[in-house]
Design a protein around this ligand. Structure first.
Ligand SMILES: NC(=O)c1ccc[n+]([C@@H]2O[C@H](COP(=O)([O-])OP(=O)(O)OC[C@H]3O[C@@H](n4cnc5c(N)ncnc54)[C@H](O)[C@@H]3O)[C@@H](O)[C@H]2O)c1
Ligand SMILES: O=C(O)C(=O)C[C@]1(C(=O)O)C=C[C@@H](O)C=C1
Length: 306
């Protein structure tokens, strides 16, 4: 791979930004990567572990002369960060983000950006339950999707360049509009997270009653729920506050189905339960047969991917 951007600036230095940095280094995709995080402790850690070529003490300093500015902060902080950096952006640069919600980020960021700056929001569909600068690794995006949501009239060259950057980071890239993105992600990521949070909360309540038996003897499926429910509270609070409509729509459908299954159990309707589970099993088998079961990333790999 060759250099795609001369200077990339990462604002927010957590799981996603650090994975971008290590992966960008692996591919030699940028000549220089600068970074900024709000907390002094995060900046100190970043300097200690060699995360970014330059760690700056302000976002303004980090974005100076950057050709690509990537906002890697929680969804609820995107607008405020965009407002802070906008007067200091290099004319002609591209501003993007990695937020898990898209329509609200577009609404929060776009009004702050000056003319002549290209705004191409994005979302890598890859992550873990860990957060912070030390949790990133170079292979996080390998063979995972990254969705770009360029606004109507976006500069095709800026979009193509960002696409090449994400491909260089290991991703497959697709484009869609922000509202569709938010509905799809409400089904595939946001509502499942809420269900995992809820289920672990329920088990915790029971655990208190039964001296932690529920946690102690938890089976593999439930352990997967606890992994998901360990995800960052700030990130997920912001996801639900900013993807309200789609999440409520999917939750409404979910509870309807849940009540139907609850009723089938109560009245002993084995046929309904059997048919339902047969249908869902076919979906999983179809995914595997189509070769679309993108395995979880290998958490044992090194940070740098070397
Ligand atoms: N974790 C995942 O699985 C995942 C996957 C894809 C996308 N995302 C999205 O990526 C973004 C970052 O998530 P992450 O997992 O890297 O989070 P993280 O908690 O690991 O890192 C967030 C970073 O942003 C910094 N920050 C917070 N508010 C800030 C502000 N106002 N100004 C400057 N820095 C600020 C924090 O100090 C931290 O360094 C979020 O928008 C999230 O929705 C996360
Ligand atoms: O594997 C995980 O830990 C994740 O939850 C990653 C996950 C997802 O739901 O797939 C979480 C949020 C993101 O916006 C993208 C990816």
């Amino acid at each position: 791979m060759s250099v795609i951007y001369n200077k990339v600036a990462l604002i927010g230095l957590g799981l996603i930004a650090s994975s971008i940095f290590w992966s960008s280094k692996r591919g030699g995709l940028a000549t220089e990567v600068s970074g900024y995080a709000r907390s002094q402790a995060t900046r100190d850690t970043a300097r200690r572990i060699g995360l970014c070529d330059t760690v700056c003490d302000s976002a303004i300093e980090a974005v100076k002369d950057a050709d690509l500015v990537m906002l890697c902060v929680p969804v609820g902080a995107m607008g405020q960060v965009a407002q802070e950096i906008s007067p200091y952006l290099k004319p002609g640069c591209t501003v993007s983000d990695v937020g898990s919600v898209k329509a609200a980020v577009v609404d929060a960021v776009a009004p702050h950006l000056p003319g002549g700056v290209h705004f191409v929001p994005g979302h890598p569909l890859a992550g873990t339950e860990h957060s912070g600068p030390e949790s990133g690794f170079a292979t996080l995006f390998d063979n995972r999707w990254c969705l770009l949501v360029p606004p109507a009239g976006a500069d095709p060259e800026a979009v193509a360049k960002l696409r090449r950057y994400w491909e260089g980071l290991g991703s497959n890239v697709d484009e869609m509009d922000p509202e569709h993105h938010d509905l799809v992600l409400a089904v595939t990521s946001h509502t499942p997270h809420l269900i995992a949070y809820t289920m672990v909360g329920v088990a915790d309540d029971l655990g208190r009653v039964t001296d932690s038996e529920v946690i102690k003897y938890s089976a593999a499926g439930f352990r997967d729920f606890t992994r998901i429910a360990a995800s960052d509270p700030t990130m997920w609070r912001d996801v639900f506050l900013n993807n309200k409509q789609a999440t409520l729509e999917i939750l409404g459908r979910f509870t309807e189905e849940l009540f139907a299954l609850q009723r089938a159990i109560r009245v002993g309707d084995g046929e309904e339960l059997f048919d339902y589970f047969t249908r869902t099993r076919a979906i999983r088998r179809g995914i595997i047969e189509a070769g679309q079961d993108t395995a979880a990333p290998d958490f044992g790999r090194t940070k740098t991917g070397q």
